[in-house]
Design a protein around this ligand. Structure first.
Ligand SMILES: [Zn+2]
Length: 321
C-alpha cells in the first residue's frame, strides 16, 4: 500500500495538470495576437479602433481630421504589423521605433487624387489648424533649435487674427499651406463657395505676408474630392493629404496629457518612412509640442526632413536656410 499511495497522488496530479491545458493555450494565444510582450496599455491604445470607416465623418467640434490611417489609405501601414517589423525596443518602451526601409510609393494617392508623399526620400512634417499665438510660436522655437523646416497648413480666420505668427512662419523659412477659411467640411460645397473660401484664405495670408508663396492646399479633415483637387490645382496649389496621421485629435480614445504625448510619438515613429508626409496639429495642442521635443531628434537622425518645396522663392524677410 505504501507504493500505491504515491502512485495515486501522482495520477491525481497528472489529471489536474491535463485539465489545466487551457491556460497555456490561452497564454500562447495572447502572445500570438501581439508580437510585443508583455502587452502594455500603450500597445492596446496604438491599435487604431476601426472607426466605421468612412473618411467622411461628421466634423467634430475639435479641429482635426476624421480620417484614420487604418481606414483611409496609405497610412494603414502604421498598424501593429509595421511595429513588429522594426528593430529593438528602446529602453523603457515596448514599441520598437526603427523605421521601415521601404519608401512611400511616389505614385500613391489619397482622397480625390490628393498627394500622400513628397516624391523624394525627404519626409515632410505638416502642422495644421493654426496659427496659434501660443503653440505655433513654441513649435517654431523648437523647430529652429533643431534646424528643421516644416509646412504649416493655416486657417484663414486665424491668419487674420494672428498675422504676426504667419510672418514668423515665413521668416523662419517654413512653407505655407491653405487649410480653408474656417475649417468646414468643404466636400459638399459647390465650386463657387470653394473658390471663395480658398481665395479668402490666400488673401488673409497675403495681407500678413504680401509675397508669401502658397502652393499647397489641404482640405479640412482630409476630405478631398476630385473637384476640390481640380480647383485647388487651377489656383496654383497642390492638394496634400498625408501618409501618417499622429491622431492627436483622438483624445476621446487615446487620452490627454502624457498618454496623448506617448500616442503621438508612437504613431509617428511607427509610421514614418522615406517620402512620407506626417500630419500633426499645432492649434491648441501642447501635447504635439511636447511629443516633437523628443520626436525631432529621433526623426532627424533617421530621415531628411524638409519643408514642402515651393517654386516661388520666399522673399519676405526670410532668414537664410
Ligand atoms: Zn485641420
Amino acid at each position: 500500500m505504501r507504493r500505491v499511495a504515491p502512485l495515486v497522488v501522482a495520477l491525481i496530479a497528472c489529471a489536474l495538470l491535463a485539465s489545466g491545458c487551457g491556460r497555456p493555450v490561452a497564454v500562447r494565444w495572447a502572445n500570438a495576437s501581439s508580437p510585443l510582450t508583455p502587452a502594455s496599455p500603450e500597445q492596446s491604445r496604438t491599435e487604431p479602433p476601426s472607426p466605421a470607416g468612412s473618411r467622411l465623418h461628421s466634423p467634430s467640434p475639435e479641429l482635426g481630421h476624421t480620417s484614420s490611417p487604418a481606414t483611409s489609405g496609405p497610412a494603414a501601414r502604421t498598424g501593429p504589423s509595421a511595429a513588429s517589423s522594426s528593430g529593438p525596443a528602446a529602453p523603457g518602451t515596448s514599441t520598437p521605433p526603427a523605421p521601415p526601409a521601404a519608401p512611400i510609393p511616389a505614385t500613391g494617392r489619397g482622397p480625390g487624387g490628393s498627394i500622400t508623399n513628397t516624391g523624394t526620400d525627404a519626409v515632410a512634417l505638416t502642422f495644421d489648424d493654426g496659427p496659434d499665438p501660443q503653440y505655433t510660436m513654441q513649435l517654431l522655437d523648437l523647430l529652429k533649435e533643431q534646424g528643421v523646416k516644416a509646412t504649416f497648413c493655416v486657417v484663414g480666420f486665424r491668419v487674420r487674427s494672428h498675422p504676426e505668427v504667419v510672418r514668423r512662419i515665413v521668416a523662419d523659412g517654413h512653407t505655407l499651406c491653405n487649410h480653408s477659411w474656417q475649417h468646414l467640411d468643404l466636400s459638399k460645397r459647390d465650386d463657387n463657395y470653394l473658390a471663395g473660401d480658398l481665395q479668402a484664405t490666400n488673401d488673409a495670408i497675403h495681407a500678413a505676408v504680401p509675397d508669401a508663396p502658397i502652393e499647397y492646399f489641404r482640405a479640412p479633415y482630409g476630405n478631398f474630392t476630385p473637384g476640390m483637387v481640380r480647383l485647388a490645382t487651377r489656383m496654383g496649389m497642390k492638394p496634400i493629404y498625408w501618409s501618417v496621421d499622429d491622431q492627436c485629435w483622438m483624445s476621446s480614445t487615446y487620452g490627454t496629457g502624457p498618454a496623448m504625448i506617448d500616442h503621438i510619438a508612437t504613431m509617428v515613429r511607427r509610421g514614418t518612412r522615406p517620402g512620407g508626409i506626417i500630419l500633426s496639429h499645432d492649434m491648441g495642442k501642447p501635447q504635439t509640442i511636447a511629443a516633437y521635443r523628443s520626436l525631432l531628434p529621433w526623426l532627424t537622425s533617421r530621415f531628411h526632413l524638409e519643408a514642402l518645396p515651393t517654386d516661388q522663392p520666399h522673399r519676405s524677410g526670410q532668414e537664410p536656410r
